[in-house]
Ligand binder design. Structure first.
Ligand code: UD1
Ligand code: UDP
Length: 365
């Protein structure tokens, strides 16, 4: 049997790796081991519980308000220990977090082949998103299998001279997870007035910390005050750089609910119920178009240009005036709204995990 170590650190990694782990566990040739670095604690546990994934190894690495250098240093040492004991035949990582980049480096030192799920996303700007663009580039240099979600991400890898034979376009596993979950009978986590429109908000990017995030919050406050019949729901990321500012600017507005991060299924239920989504999340930019929900992205750049090109996602940056102008347009102009709410899925068809497993099966059997 081939020992495959699947690594998860944060909420989105757990969501997007779950379909791969569950598909691999059905393979007779694969001895699947799940390693949680727990770069996130509660948000990782929320997802694992939903998908029924019980990590074999848990490094419990998260510290409050962790700094990137300290997180990286601790992860590298702990991951090195894991690899010495586990000696996997291959390691799978997903996305662009510090967990991914450090695992890719540790595997390189141990000469263990790495499979990168969601490979090839690029903005070509090292500062945006920070530090994720660097994490992807480093992981892309070290990976053996590049599971690219789209043809565009394949082209990005070719531009970096990754051999064509190492790139497999699979679709994004986020859509595998979404389709299975959205088909369930989902319950809303909080009571919402069905007669009032809902704007869903999420935000957590490090490059927005400080004044850009304050601008986002100021714009949200103005929008809520100017549109008292619209409901706003913002599950706040627990990073203190986000949480403290969000509460400072937005607590106490009658039509604005701030809540803890939602479990995955209730979050999908809220997305389905939303009229419009304002976010800087990568995963939400992929999920919302598949649910037919317009997205305004609270960033200046995106590594997910496909939905922008198709006109269902628009970049507004952390820019007070643009956030207000574009949101108000979608609230007031029904035609503009309908053009963005058409329901497309440029990021996958729900079978990405099968394609990833097929490549590994062919290699190991
Ligand atoms: C991380 C990733 C980012 C990803 C995001 C998904 C890096 C550098 N960043 O950002 O790419 O988009 O996750 O959400 O890898 N915290 C908790 N409980 C939790 C999770 C986080 O309290 O369950 C708080 C802690 O104070 C922690 C802080 O959030 O120190 C930051 O966590 P960290 O993983 O370093 O960064 P994120 O901003 O979450
Ligand atoms: N999500 C969730 N609960 C929430 C907010 C988001 O389960 O309260 C899910 C969402 O459906 C998506 C993922 O978390 O699949 C996105 O994670 P996040 O925005 O933290 O990270 P990113 O995708 O930006 O790396």
């Amino acid at each position: 049997m081939a020992k495959i170590l699947c690594v998860i650190g944060t909420r989105p990694e757990a969501i997007k790796m779950a379909p791969v782990i569950l598909a691999l566990k059905k393979e007779a040739w694969a001895d699947v081991r799940v390693l949680a670095t727990a770069q996130h604690r509660h948000m990782l546990d929320q997802v694992n519980e939903f998908f029924g994934i019980d990590p074999d190894i848990d490094l419990n690495i998260m510290r409050p308000n962790q700094a990137l250098t300290a997180l990286t240093a601790r992860l590298l040492l702990e991951l090195d220990d894991v690899l010495q004991v586990e000696k996997p035949d291959a390691v799978l990582v997903q996305g662009d977090t510090t967990t991914v980049m450090t695992m890719a480096l540790a595997c390189f030192y141990h000469r263990i082949p790495i499979g990168h799920v969601e490979a090839g996303l690029r903005t070509w700007d090292m500062q945006n998103p920070f530090p994720e663009e660097a994490n992807r580039v480093i992981t892309g240099k070290l990976a053996h299998w590049h599971f690219a979600p789209t043809e565009g991400s394949r082209q990005n890898l070719l531009r970096e001279e990754v051999p064509d034979t190492e790139i497999i376009v699979t679709g994004n596993t986020v859509i595998d997870a979404l389709l299975v979950t959205a088909a369930r009978d989902l319950e809303l986590p909080i009571p919402l007035d069905p007669s009032r429109r809902l704007i869903l908000v999420t935000s957590h990017r490090r490059e927005n910390f400080g004044e850009p995030f304050r601008n986002i919050c100021r714009a949200l406050r103005t929008l809520a005050e100017n549109n008292p019949t619209v409901q706003f729901l913002y599950p706040v990321h627990p990073n203190p750089n986000v949480k403290d500012v969000a509460h400072e600017f937005l607590a106490g507005l009658p039509n604005f609910t701030l809540c803890e991060p939602l479990d995955y299924a209730p979050f999908i239920a809220v997305m389905k119920r939303a009229y419009l989504i304002l976010t800087d999340s990568g995963g939400v930019q992929e999920e919302a178009p598949a649910l037919g929900k317009p997205v305004l992205v609270l960033r200046d750049e995106t590594e997910r240009p496909e939905a922008v090109k198709q006109g269902v996602v628009k970049l507004v940056g952390p820019n007070y005036d643009r956030i207000i102008q574009e949101t108000q347009r979608l609230l007031d102009d029904e035609l503009a709204y309908r053009e963005m709410a058409c329901g497309i899925s440029p990021y996958g068809d729900g079978h990405a995990a099968e394609r990833i497993v097929k490549i590994l099966r062919e290699h190991f059997t």
